[in-house]
Design a protein around this ligand. Structure first.
Ligand code: 7TS
Length: 397
């Protein structure tokens, strides 16, 4: 593994990067793929008659096939490139809202969603005259599936739920959540932003209808993401954005739309970033997703145990099935103060509400300090975090 940025020095300390839920760092082969693209291949895709355009198109479509295999979609038609999870959920919410939501309908979301899996649904509901229902969760950060079951009625049109909480680390039982929704004839969108870098994601096994994720949280460049959409459902949705590439024929009277997945890819995509995503998938497959998952599970257990030795610490998110995200508070200290002091010691964490304000309201706290893991995180990094916390705790408690 070669992540050049991890050799950075911060205020005279070795960088200890524990903000992987915000974005992961990039391995050398991803960075080189991106620069090689601009050095040797740059051209627009799907339209040029020339050599470079043909090469770039082939490579771009090659990554689509790679993504299809990576998440086990049935066909490349089910893989739409976006700019990230946020754009992906907006795409589905906007198209689904216009196509399939009516006045009085209901959309179920969980109480632990990132704002990007709440606000697009609020916007869609507002337009349609529909409303949101919310699945509550326990103090440990586990969704209440009994309440979830009781939320369904004849007006329920869609369930939107995160695979892994970016704040609590909870891995939600998506297969069960999908099975319950499907028993009620309702499709499910899964926000996979925090899952794809950490576990094998098989959309057919999960059974979900939509699955959205960002490349930049799985070692790829920023600016690329994916919507998986089950073909039967995706083909029923109206286009999200209008423009080049998404059409078959345009006259001033009438436009016919392109086939899947191009119908949802208006305009010039971020070709270099898509190729970078392909390199990131190669990197993950080379490392072995199971190996990554095992490494992070071991580290999560180690980190949780060590953090609990720090005086005054409280961990938020203690579900039995967690990914490598640890949110905590130190006594009554403001999370921002803890984060700032950790930074001065070279330890990069995120502080605040992590774009999950309803979770903070649920616990009655302003925010947390969050350490999040990746495949390159080591026990030495965790020790550095714990040592730094032990140094700053006396200043804050
Ligand atoms: N959904 C989840 C669960 C997320 O964690 C994030 C980003 C998003 C959606 C949005 O992804 P984007 O790539 O479109 O921005 N989460 C975080 C985070 O936890 N810290 O910074 C960004």
């Amino acid at each position: 593994m070669d992540f050049p940025i991890l050799n950075t020095q911060v205020y005279g300390h070795r960088l200890v990067y524990l903000d992987n839920a915000a974005t992961t760092q990039k391995p050398r082969q991803v960075i080189e793929t991106l620069s090689d693209y601009y050095l040797t291949l740059n051209s627009n895709i799907h339209r040029g008659a020339h050599y470079l355009a043909a090469q770039a198109t082939e490579r771009y479509e090659g990554v689509r096939a790679k993504v299809q295999a990576f998440i086990n979609a049935r066909s490349c038609r089910e893989v739409v490139f976006t700019r990230g999870t946020t754009e992906g959920i907006n795409l589905v919410a906007s198209s689904f809202g216009r196509g399939l939501l009516k006045k009085g309908d209901e959309v179920i979301v969980s109480g632990m969603e990132h704002h990007s899996n709440i606000v697009p649904w609020q916007l869609a509901c507002e337009q349609a005259g529909a409303s949101l229902r919310v699945i509550p969760f326990s103090d440990e950060g586990v969704l209440d599936l009994d309440v979830y079951r009781s939320l369904f009625n004849n007006h329920t049109r869609l369930v939107a739920c995160t695979h892994v909480s970016n704040t609590l680390g909870t891995v939600n039982p998506i297969e069960e959540i999908v099975a319950i929704a499907h028993d009620n004839g309702v499709p499910v969108l899964v926000d996979g932003a925090q899952a794809v870098a950490h576990m094998i994601v098989d959309v057919q096994q999960l059974g979900c209808d939509f699955y959205c994720f960002s490349g930049h949280k799985m070692y790829s460049p920023m600016g690329v993401g994916v919507v998986y959409g089950r073909e039967e459902l995706l083909s029923q949705l109206p286009p999200y954005q209008g423009g080049g590439e998404m059409i078959k024929d345009v006259t001033f009277e009438r436009t016919t739309y392109n086939e899947l997945p191009f119908r949802f890819e208006a305009g010039t995509p971020s070709v270099g970033d898509v190729l970078g995503l392909g390199a990131a998938i190669d990197f993950m497959l080379h490392e072995g997703i199971d190996n990554i998952a095992r490494h992070e599970a071991d580290l999560l257990q180690y980190a949780t145990g060590r953090l609990l030795t720090v005086p005054g610490i409280r961990i938020y998110g203690t579900a039995p099935h967690k990914a490598g995200v640890i949110s905590f508070l130190l006594g009554d200290a403001h999370p921002y103060d803890v984060g700032t002091l950790l930074d001065k010691l070279g330890v990069a964490v995120r502080t605040g509400h992590h774009c999950t304000q309803p979770i903070m309201d649920r616990y009655g706290i302003p925010g947390t300090v969050r350490a999040s893991l990746a495949c390159y995180t080591t026990r030495t990094d965790i020790d550095a975090l714990v040592d730094a916390l032990n140094r700053i705790a006396p200043m804050l408690l």
